[in-house]
Design a protein around this ligand. Structure first.
Ligand SMILES: Nc1ncnc2c1ncn2[C@@H]1O[C@H](COP(=O)(O)OP(=O)(O)OP(=O)(O)O)[C@@H](O)[C@H]1O
Length: 223
């Protein structure tokens, strides 16, 4: 089933064209890896999916689709506990508060539910951000550089968490990342962006050899 149908989406910041005629169809149960250099338009595309910017073209959502998101650093209240932060967001979304303890367990924060947010590490914040993105059982989750700023073990932990969430729930995801190992292990469909366009798309099963070499061949200087 098609969850999201993006057709001819373009977006400019002033005279700077950030997205150019992007088409993308997102299907149920698939994980899309969004790759591209800094400034290629990945975050802007994810924001267009959410209707959070002034793009042209069409973004059609399947009826009743809930979209969870972890885009940039999510805002949480430092003086509230992890549980209170999630409950506050659940109230804002109108989703059941009873979901919160299970979600904290699912992201590995069950034993830390009463810790104040201001006392958490970046890895814990990303876990909490993922839990927040899962409130209300979304059909699609957007993760924008979910391991940004983490150390190698933190990157591995978050990657494994995302894989576990995906395999347990079967949720469709769009994950943007500069970390090719992460994308290679998570995505089943790869989208390469350059200067606001999707210049190449392929199934992960089509990747032969090293993803870094493929990335350079598609997106490197002179490609
Ligand atoms: N609010 C804004 N005002 C002006 N320009 C913006 C704004 N937001 C983004 N841009 C510009 O749009 C372009 C695309 O930015 P975007 O954040 O979508 O790229 P990205 O591929 O996500 O990059 P990165 O990998 O660095 O996160 C960049 O050149 C950026 O400077």
């Amino acid at each position: 089933m098609t969850l999201l149908d993006i057709r001819g989406v373009s977006m400019a910041h002033g005279r700077h064209q950030v997205l150019r005629d992007v088409d993308l169809r997102v299907e149920t149960g698939r994980v899309y890896g969004l790759l591209g250099p800094n400034g290629s338009g990945k975050t802007t595309l994810l924001k267009s999916v959410l209707g959070a910017n002034d793009h042209t073209g069409a973004v059609e959502h399947a009826r009743g689709l809930r979209i969870g998101r972890l885009i940039e650093y999510p805002a949480f209240y430092g003086s509230l506990s992890l549980r209170e932060n999630l409950e506050l967001h659940a109230r804002y979304l109108g989703t059941p508060l009873g979901e919160v303890p299970g979600l904290l367990e699912e992201v590995g924060l069950g034993g830390r539910a009463d810790l104040r947010f201001s006392r958490t590490s970046l890895g814990m914040r990303q876990r909490l951000g993922i839990a927040r993105a899962l409130l209300g059982e979304p059909g699609l989750v957007l993760l924008d550089e979910p391991t940004n700023g983490l150390d190698p073990l933190g990157i591995r932990d978050i990657r494994e968490l995302i894989r576990a969430v995906q395999s347990e729930r079967g949720t469709s995801m769009i994950v943007s990342s500069h970390n090719l190992t992460e994308i290679a292990s998570l995505a089943d469909h790869l989208l390469f962006m350059r200067e606001g366009r999707i210049v190449r798309r392929m199934d992960a099963s089509e990747v032969r050899g090293d993803l870094e070499e493929l990335y350079a061949a598609i997106l490197g200087e002179g490609a």
